[in-house]
Design a protein. Structure first.
Length: 311
């Protein structure tokens, strides 16, 4: 089948490569424009464009995919199928009507659970035991289309957002190719989503990573893993507001100690123990704003840490 691939993020790269090796014909790739990244604001191409560098395929990078010129370019490719993986723009109805068979989205959750922009982080933070890839017929709603198929994987107790992202990226190609086979054979199912079971994973910002120490230690530990590497879980340290700094937490474990929420109970070579709404967390790996990542014990040795008085 003739395929237009629409995607931006790294999670779509294994799927693009699998399509390249398949019997299907990629006739165009649509991704976001190059943009400045990092402290030096160096212009960088999206992961999908980089992965497609060796393909003899038109690469379109519209600022807005809904513009008539962009739609005309996609329409001219005469696709049988449009595949969408982590693109980052809302697709207009005019685009959904272009392919001969369907516009399919690969979504990184078991829909209808965790519709929205951050399903991987939401699943870890909520303590879900499993997640997966949903191959979905796109409609005008936000991840509300009928389900074609799903592939499930377990969420491990040590999974971070990055680790789970990479495992889902490896599951996606087989899920898609199997779905395309079903479409080619005229046997592809359409299962409506149960909206009563839906949940929403909102887009994350840097501030989303600020730790609320009134939550339970278990919930905070899950968020530290979920938000690694981005937006990163953090707390504020420093005695005076003008001298306070963000302390990013890369790794922590729940410990059987008790103190007031946000109070540092213990600081030694093992790290920092901070009280939560229930239980406490031992911070094991941290990064002070503008500094390198380090073991929390090393951070303790290099900084004065105010210990909460015992009650």
């Amino acid at each position: 089948m003739r395929v237009v691939f629409i995607g931006t993020g790294e999670i779509g790269v294994p799927t693009l490569r699998a399509l390249q090796k398949s019997a299907h014909d990629i006739v165009a790739i649509v991704t976001q424009p190059d943009k400045p990244v990092g402290r030096d604001q160096r212009i960088q191409a999206p992961a999908i464009k980089q992965a497609a560098a060796d393909l003899d395929v038109p690469i379109l990078q519209p600022v807005r995919i809904r513009e008539p010129q962009s739609l005309d370019q996609i329409r001219a490719s005469q696709p049988d199928i449009i595949i969408v993986v982590a693109y980052g723009q809302i697709l207009p109805p005019e685009l959904l009507a272009i392919p001969r068979f369907a516009c399919l989205n690969l979504h990184a959750s078991l829909l209808p659970r965790w519709r929205g922009a951050a399903p991987i982080q939401a699943a870890i933070a909520a303590g879900d035991l499993e997640t997966g890839i949903t191959v979905m017929y796109m409609d005008e709603g936000l991840d509300t289309g009928d389900i074609l198929s799903q592939r499930k994987i377990a969420i491990h107790p040590t999974d971070t957002g990055a680790l789970l992202h990479d495992r889902l990226a490896e599951v996606a190609p087989d899920a898609l190719l199997a779905a395309l086979d079903l479409i080619s054979q005229g046997r592809a199912p359409r299962t409506p989503q149960d909206n009563a079971l839906s949940s929403y994973a909102a887009k994350l910002s840097r501030e989303s990573g600020r730790i609320n120490w009134s939550e339970t230690a278990d919930a905070i530990e899950r968020k530290i893993r979920a938000y690694n590497p981005w937006p990163g879980a953090f707390m504020t340290v420093g005695q005076k507001e003008e001298k306070s700094s963000k302390l990013k937490i890369h790794r922590a474990v729940v410990v059987d100690e008790h103190g007031s929420p946000g109070q540092i109970i213990r600081a030694d070579d093992d790290g920092l123990v901070v009280g939560a709404g229930s239980g406490a967390l031992l911070l094991q790996e941290v990064q002070l704003e503008g500094k390198r990542r380090m073991a929390a014990g090393a951070f303790v040795r290099g900084h004065h840490i105010a210990i909460a008085p015992r009650g």
